[in-house]
Design a protein around this ligand. Structure first.
Ligand code: IPM
Ligand code: MN
Length: 345
């Protein structure tokens, strides 16, 4: 019989609250014969305060044995900026070679967004996940003096760019509109920009059915808000993708709905699914966090593991729930219960 071994990293702030709802919906949607084994890993701010550890090697090795990881949120104001981000979240993305950071945007019915009432918004950002300015390549000279020089070098390898560009073409080819847009800034970042554009054009020759387009990142932010329907699949580097996907979330339903997958396509390592939002310490424990982004991340997880029908059920449940949402405010738990009821009903 089939089984899923899932590691969860609830993390900080609202992370544990939303992960609980994600797991609730996951168990409700899985067929009876699929055995779900979950284990929770205690990582994040509490652990760091208690032991000084962010992600010990033993736990990294243990996580590597799972089929997938569900992560809530990482980060707390009591921990210096960057400690958990670099030492835990980015360490996982790098160690498990999550080079495809998949971030879909859809305008769901009944959502309050600046674009409500606009025609179909349904695009996906393929954000590179292991390179760019995220590698920590750089340094500072004469630190803390008026003569300080700080550099943060963006690393772009032919290998790294080609594999993510190829993945984006594959995804574009599988979608009805078959359009792929490269976003970069090759009028200024000429070295990395040339590598990305040349790779995009060369690989594109193998995908004659895919329409291509190029936009500088600044122009892309304008089009994302004024003509979001022009996008189908977007491929871009790690930092541009970080910024564009927050913008995409805010225009297409709010950060409470934005899901993501940190994917290692070949499956050499477990892929990791997480809401795009952060730990929101200001509302932690109040029951006000919207678990929908985590539940939609569970849908991405299901699809990645080959449970396409179940993934669609989860997405349909979210759509129906959003359409039915009135002004009445529900708690995190109530939204999770409603979604679990819809997927099992
Ligand atoms: C995200 C987050 C992370 C990123 C931070 C927390 C390191 O903003 O997942 O988008 O920049 O990738
Ligand atoms: Mn971000």
């Amino acid at each position: 019989s089939r089984s899923i071994r899932l590691a969860s990293i609830p993390g900080d702030g609202i992370g544990p609250e939303v992960v609980a709802q994600g797991l609730k919906v996951l168990s409700a949607v899985l067929p009876q014969d699929v055995k779900l084994e979950t284990e929770s890993f205690d990582l994040g701010a509490r652990r760091w305060h208690a032991t000084g550890e962010t992600l010990p090697d033993a736990e990294l090795a243990a996580l590597a044995e799972y089929d997938a990881i569900l992560l809530g949120a990482i980060g707390d104001p009591s921990v210096p900026s960057g400690v958990l981000e670099r030492g835990l979240l980015l360490k996982l993305r790098f160690a498990f070679d999550h080079y495809v950071n998949l971030r879909p945007s859809r305008l769901f019915p009944g959502t309050d967004t600046p674009l409500a009432g606009r025609p179909d918004i349904d695009f996906v950002v393929v954000r590179e996940g292991t390179e760019g300015p995220y590698t920590g390549n750089g340094g500072s000279l004469r630190t803390g003096t008026p003569a300080e020089v700080a550099t943060e070098v963006s690393v772009n390898t032919a290998y790294g760019v080609e594999r993510v560009v190829r993945d984006a073409y594959e995804r574009a080819q599988a979608r009805p509109r078959r359009k792929l847009t490269l976003v970069h800034k090759n009028n200024v970042l000429v070295h990395a920009g040339r590598l990305w554009k040349d790779t995009f054009d060369r690989v594109g020759a193998e995908y004659p059915g895919v329409t291509t387009d190029y936009l500088h990142v600044d122009a892309a932010t304008i089009f994302l808000t004024t003509q979001p329907e022009r996008f189908d699949v977007i491929v871009t580097d790690n930092l541009f993708g970080d910024i564009l996907t927050d913008l995409a979330a805010s225009v297409s339903g709010g950060i409470g709905l934005a899901a993501s997958g940190n994917i290692n396509p070949a499956g050499a390592f477990p892929s990791m699914f997480e809401p795009v939002h952060g730990s929101a310490p200001d509302i932690a424990g109040t029951g006000r966090a919207d678990p929908t982004a985590t539940v939609l991340s569970v849908a991405l997880l299901l699809r990645h593991l080959g449970y396409a029908a179940q993934a669609a059920r989860v997405e349909e449940a979210v759509e129906a729930d959003l359409a039915a949402r009135g002004a009445a405010r529900r708690t995190t738990d109530e939204i999770g219960d409603a979604l679990a009821a819809r997927v099992s009903g």
